[in-house]
Design a protein. Sequence first.
Length: 360
Amino acid sequence: MSKKIIFCSGGTGGHIFPAISLMKYFSDKGCNVILVTDVRGDNFLKNYSKFQSYIITADTPLNKNIFKKIYSLINIFFSMIKSIYILYKEKPNLVFGFGGYVSFPIAFVSKIFNIPLVIYDNNVVLGRTNKYLLPFAKKILLATKTSIKFPEKYKKKIFEVGYILREDITNFSSPKKNNDKFFTILVLGGSQGAEIFGKIVPQVIKMIKDKGYKIEINQQCIKSQTDEIIKFYKKNEIKSNVFEFENNILNLILSSDLAISRCGASTTAELVHTHTPFIAVPYPHSMDNHQYLNAKYYENLGCCWLLNQNNFDTTNLFNLIIEIINDEKKLENIRNNMKKNDSKDVYSNVEKQINEFCIK
């Protein structure tokens, strides 16, 4: 009989993409894999119809007024009842948590059934849900051991495995394209706070073009800005590709000389793994300031340029990009530093750590 793993994950890309990637890996190893997530996360699973999933709803009672706090607690209570039903029915060998509030109920309830719990976190600062689950976890798998403010009494549970990236990113082998005519920039806004990119970046690209540089832009944007940005680039005869979501993002990454990006752990790790230099612009309202800490981590390794949002204006961005374009050595130094710090053997590292629980 094959071993069964329940993966639980929040519905944002930073949680769900690593979860699905690991599900595919262990499914190929012969394990029976199940995902517990919310509606957002379940939508990402549409391309993997062979995977079974359960949808639960959960929320945080933190930082809310008394009425919303009570509603959140009631919601969590019913999510735990459903989690008891799921674990009783499925009887998994392991529960594997990726963080996000949705992962808390089933990860917490696993203790009742004496089912081993392993949690994974890819941020430099431990997510709040995973922090609450530390006492119950058998092991804590981290992308990097440099986790900030990690409780001393749980450090013996830590195992560094690297960043869990999408399979196409992990296995990429195509060399980066050298385009002598155009300097290609990729803008990755992410799901939070991409609006400012839509306001600043097009103006800067026009300024660069007006200076006589051959420039190409691939820009992710929010839906309300799409038409306006497309019209702007077309009017100014700038070679461009504007998108809200792109399934083949790897092709855009590999064809880019430089990226401008928010600083979610998965996105920054993908850029480092593909040796794509980037300007890091952390979302200033991210939980526990984790995007800034992710960006600072890579800046200290010499893998990016850090530009805080309060300094993200047309003048500063223009000057930085021009400086980068005019000095190829800067890009080469960044790429060399990235080669020293990309994720390798992450899947086999994870497998080794959970082997005692569920791998034959």
